[in-house]
Design a protein around this ligand. Structure first.
Ligand SMILES: [Zn+2]
Length: 576
């Protein structure tokens, strides 16, 4: 009884102390600290990305908003009793990065477990599987992501490679595009895939077989992949929650404060993360239109109505997958492919596309187009022009994913429609194997149309950066600083290789920083809230350990984000 009373006393004391603390804080906030900043950054090298005031020395932040940009003295005028003053000692302060084409959901689903996307050879993959198996003896299955096809030359990987290392439990590894997978015998056995099993979509999604019909362990496309993956992993909400809550802190660590989720958005899961305080970036989700035989517009509307705008999540985007991938000739070209002399195809035809675009423009809905072929883009422009003629007052904003192949004749049309073109900087790296492959596919005559960044800027088209992470091919990165370097140099990060043609399309660091911030914000229609350091904007700020303007272009990637603030909250801080 005595002990109980003792605990009761402690409990009451604790409650009183907490109550006094919060009451005190409230009182101070509403009296002497009223109107004062929460955080002030002083002695900084502020690069604002704001034309009116390009540089500054200090920034003050209150309740998630920027309230002062200027000298240290000016900022300190906002100092109150509870203000945290951070002396940056000359370090670079930038607006938070805006990722304008990203797949956080895919990272959450595919990117759990063994991460292979930073490795480039078969030997390294096998070594990594072995080490992972040794370090995680208790997991029931090894799931991984990120191996690359080029590491296997012309022979896709086989189950035998994996069986030699792990035979007693399933191993299932997604390729970096997530379109193919590599499994061991145990994984196939658990999913009951044998010589007798039927392929889910023959020639499209299937299990590659040897001459006896035995599956080899190489699995092509989503339907077949899921037949195995679903047997190894419960794909429930908890799985997605676990994946996403692992990844968001990493995005914040690289200075990302806003993400455009380009398709297949897990709106509900983002909302749960936000409620739990685990959504460390703002996020703009989208509806993914990939099937012309569906009523995409009605589905989009239903989804939009069921997903409310929250402080960190917005949903006003239609993503239209107009075409596929040049490597499979599923994109349309103005000049025929070099290897088969055909023009390629699109997923939506002109009429279907024009109809969908018109519906969206009528209701001011933003549209992000995946159109890799120059002629596919021509169709997009025609559809957009028609819709704007029908609804000239519409506030719809158009954007293009990846900016892969743009015909010179279409650049002005993009400008006239106020398109934003989002480039995956990591694709513009001049890797010789890439150039050779594109050359075989398209012919070198078309190099003038590749990633024409400077030409677009010249005609007034806004360009932005979106890595397409994690399904972004050979270089799967969410590091915006890497992307910035790539668009400046058009080379691999070590700068050792030839410059990606056309050589004169590399951009200035100033333009690259706009691509990474304000232009991405414009793509999202958020240029008045984020994307630059300006009084009244959201406090999305990052600190770098080096001043990018003092580095040679090939060293930009060596800079590190050491502090990230999103909406006034610290979402990353490097150890001292
Ligand atoms: Zn994408």
């Amino acid at each position: 009884m005595k002990i109980l009373n003792y605990f009761k006393k402690i409990l009451i004391t604790v409650v009183i102390v907490i109550a006094v603390f919060f009451l005190g804080k409230w009182l101070v906030n509403h009296t002497i600290h009223k109107g004062k900043a929460d955080t002030i950054f002083i002695n900084a090298n502020v690069y604002t990305v704001d034309k009116q005031q390009p540089t500054a020395e200090a920034v003050a932040v209150k309740e998630g908003e920027i309230i002062s940009v200027g000298t240290t003295e000016q900022a300190l005028n906002n100092k109150g009793l509870l203000t945290k003053v951070i002396d940056l000692q000359g370090k670079m302060l930038l607006p938070g990065f805006v990722e304008s084409h990203f797949h956080a959901t895919n990272a959450g689903v595919f990117g759990q477990g063994l991460w292979l996307a930073d490795l480039n050879s078969k030997e390294d993959y096998l070594k990594a599987v072995k080490a992972y198996a040794d370090n995680n003896p208790d997991i029931p299955a090894i799931i991984g992501f990120g191996w690359k096809s080029f590491a296997f030359a012309d022979q896709p990987p086989t189950k035998a490679n994996l069986d030699a290392i792990v035979a007693d439990k399933p191993v299932f590894l997604f390729e970096v595009s997530a379109h193919n997978a590599w499994a061991n015998s145990k994984a196939l056995a658990v999913a009951n895939i044998t010589a007798q099993s039927k392929d889910p979509q023959p020639n499209v999604s299937y299990f590659k077989r040897d001459k006896n019909g035995e599956p080899t362990g190489f699995i092509v496309e989503v339907s077949a992949e899921m037949q195995v993956f679903e047997q190894l992993q419960d794909l429930d909400a908890w799985f997605l929650y676990k994946g996403l809550s692992e990844w968001f802190p990493k995005f914040s660590q690289e200075g990302i404060t806003t993400i455009f989720e380009a398709g297949q958005s897990e709106y509900d899961m983002f909302a749960i993360l936000e409620i739990l305080g685990k959504l460390s970036t703002r996020i703009v989700t989208s509806y993914y239109a990939n099937d012309p035989n569906k009523d995409n517009f009605s589905e989009f509307k239903a989804l939009q109505q069921s997903s409310d705008k929250t402080p960190l999540i917005e949903h006003n985007f239609l993503k239209i997958n107009v075409d596929g991938d040049p490597a499979t000739h599923s994109v349309k070209l103005y000049q025929p492919y070099k290897d088969n002399n055909e023009y390629g195809a699109t997923i939506f035809n002109q009429q279907q596309l024009s109809e969908l675009v018109k519906n969206a423009v009528k209701e001011d809905i933003y549209i992000h187009f995946h159109a890799m072929g120059d002629a596919s883009l021509g169709m997009v422009l025609t559809a957009s022009e028609l819709a704007k003629q029908a609804y000239p007052q519409s506030s719809t904003r158009f954007s293009l994913a990846h900016g892969y192949l743009l015909a010179p004749k279409d650049l002005q049309r993009l400008a006239d429609l106020d398109f934003v073109v989002s480039f995956a900087g990591n694709w513009i790296n001049g890797n010789q194997a890439d150039i050779d492959a594109e050359n075989r596919l398209l012919g070198s005559g078309r190099f003038a149309s590749w990633y024409p960044l400077k030409s677009l800027d010249k005609v007034g088209v806004k360009i932005s950066l979106g890595s397409d992470f994690p399904v972004s091919g050979d270089i799967s990165t969410y590091r915006m600083l890497d992307q910035i370097q790539h668009v400046v140099t058009r080379q691999l990060l070590d700068g050792s290789n030839a410059v990606f043609p056309p050589e004169n399309e590399g951009v200035s660091l100033e333009l690259a920083l706009k691509m990474a911030t304000i232009n991405g914000a414009y793509l999202l229609g958020m240029e008045n809230e984020i994307g630059s350091i300006k009084v009244g904007k959201k406090a999305d700020l990052i600190v770098l350990d080096k001043n990018l303007f003092e580095l040679p272009p090939t060293d930009i990637h060596k800079a590190k984000v050491i502090y990230t603030m999103m909406n006034g909250d610290v979402t990353y801080q490097a150890d001292e």
